[in-house]
Design a protein around this ligand. Sequence first.
Ligand code: BES
Ligand code: MN
Ligand code: ZN
Length: 501
Amino acid sequence: MEFSVKSGNPEKQRTACVVVGVFEPRKLTPSAQRLDELTSGYLSNLLRRGDLEGKLDQTLLLHNVENTLCDRILLIGCGKERDLNDQQYHQIIAKAISILNETGSMEAVFYLTELSVKGRDNAWKVRHAVEAAQHALYCFNQLKSQKYKTTRRPLRKTVLIVPNRRELSNGEKAIREGLAIAQGTSLARDLGNLPGNICTPSFLVERAQALRKIYANISLEVLEESDMEELGMGALLAVARGSREDAKLIILEYKNHPNSEEKPIVLVGKGVTFDAGGISLKSANAMDEMKFDMCGAASVLGALNAIAELQLPINLTVIIPATENLPDGQAVKPGDIVTSLCGTTIEILNTDAEGRLILCDALSYAERFEPTTVIDVATLTGACVVALGKHAIGLFSNHHPLANELLNAGKESNDKAWEMPLWEEYQPQLKSNFADLANIGGAEGGMITAACFLSRFTKKFHWAHLDIAGVAWKNGGKKGATGRPVALLSQFLIDRANTET
Ligand code: BES
Ligand code: MN
Ligand code: ZN
């Protein structure tokens, strides 16, 4: 879809549809008010008659309204004015977009950017309108034989209103950012939604190659299992043993910092393309959802795509350990002890705690880039879903300022994280009688002990861990990848680029 910004009055818009908001109960927003005055109270009459209360998700489409130049006016319920927060703003935009797409308007002018969202400026509202719109229009049908129940007249152009001409250039920048983040999010959703028989470790390599081809300042290196053996990545290789697909360690380097010697920020993404649990086999219930166990990898690729699209002046390295976790005669067994890349020995008491095994080797590998900051992203624990549900990302960090940067980026991007404790008190749960470390920490605080495990491998840099087990996909009728936390990561990198230059 095409987006642009514009300023001007609603009655002057020669367009298929003008979109304006109505608050509950029956309160017109400023542009709706203006249209009402020019139509001798047509809108307020409809509201009084009870056609629209203004509740969130309510809509009313009007045709050929007198004294206007547009074909239609779409009224969108915005809920209570005082409740209007970031989340509701997204919901309002998404609703408007899906109605327009279904009702024949190929072009629309949005006055919803005039809604006041607490603490948000015009640029925020424009950027987030773009993101919410693209999110609403996303559909994954590449594996259906009947491609489209084609929308006969899909929405093609969205014009977002800013209050005056001085806001136009800010608005255009916001559109560029919104589109880049939406593109990264959509890539992450596609990869997440693809099934395990298609989205294998080699498939992730292909997608990494595709990114390298598009952006000249991205380079790619792929380590094969033989390379991992040579390096001594015993933990990652242990997980890969039970799989017939070759494991890969994917390393992408994006270089665009004005000082080319600048040490990079490193993003590490868990890329388990299917997690059956290994010999500690999972139960059959909802096991299909373990195709989403590479959503960490998908999100770091998505963030890389977004920042490369924006050509941010930073250096960024993305590392993806990619493998399946399956049971097999060759598979790693409970009780097996392996030596990780940094020499720490690990007793694998449960082969289903595989994420931390592949991540610990990837995190040790990150050291060679002498990074300023390392962030790993992983669908790491079921305990994360129990603790935080499907809304918050679990955030851990060994460096307070970094934790705060990420928490703020989450708020700004409507991709929120919640900080969890990474205290020494939890570390004894990882004691092993036979090795340096056990790969599970018992029933209590499972999300925390998983993070504690990773913290043993991240002493040499500022590090944060994002457990996205709850947020990476939705289940039930709307089953599918969300693309989170591409928006948070992109925001974090945008903020870094702004403070560094
Ligand atoms: N990928 C799973 C975590 C997961 C489970 C995410 C369900 C989302 C929904 C991870 O590899 C795993 O299996 N973790 C185990 C760890 C346990 C054995 C200590 C878990 O959470 O049950
Ligand atoms: Mn597992
Ligand atoms: Zn897993």
